[in-house]
Design a protein around this ligand. Sequence first.
Ligand code: BTN
Length: 241
Amino acid sequence: MIWDIQTHDTLASTQARLKELAFGGSREGTGVQAYTQTGGYGRQGRAWVSPPGNLYLSLLLRPDCKPHDIPQMALVTGVAVIESIRAYVPSVFLKWPNDVLASDGRKLAGILLETDIDAAGRLNWLALGVGVNIASAPDQIGAALADLTEKHLSLNDFRDEFLKRLSLWYRRWQTEGAAPVRAAWLYSAHPQGTPLKIKLGESRLDGYFEGLDETGNLLLRLESGEIRMIASGEVHFGMNE
Ligand code: BTN
């Protein structure tokens, strides 16, 4: 992939800017990076506080796939992010569907997927947003890479390493399908049997991590032994909160 990254000192949101470019017909590989964001956002419309020193990057992709397969791109991206982080901090892990956590469970990075699907159900574009806490973490539930490593850290070296790894995994996903991505994701995930609670709208489901099915859906083992397949939802650790 040839990336074409436009950098800005400050933007409301790289994601919002990238979506304008996507609607305007920009090519796959277009990217927007900002050194600070004033209106960064994450999943469920949460704010993504964006002080200087961290990575705020949005990338435009136009994969030739069914919209149904797009959530796999969260796994592709998670693998590329965690491989880049491991060069600095070895003990990190992935939480389904798209969080990268430090060993104590604090969040190091977040991934956001937004799509445009046409009337015929075809994917026009995917806007892939990545936020990585490099210099600082904006709150107690976050961790910063700089606090977990003695190694010298450069924001844009990290970005370039991530882009290289993302290119490799994206190509692999397109040519070989979900299987290698699933295997790499599981290699870096919380162990099988980890207690999880899943919020599905108003309801909640408690169980144990049983892995991923072949297309990347979460498999949850209930107390009864029944295995449930979860395509989307908010995942928390533990069962007793
Ligand atoms: C999440 O964990 O909820 C996902 C967070 C995604 C944040 C990134 S930062 C770059 C891009 N621009 C945004 O406004 N959001 C994403």
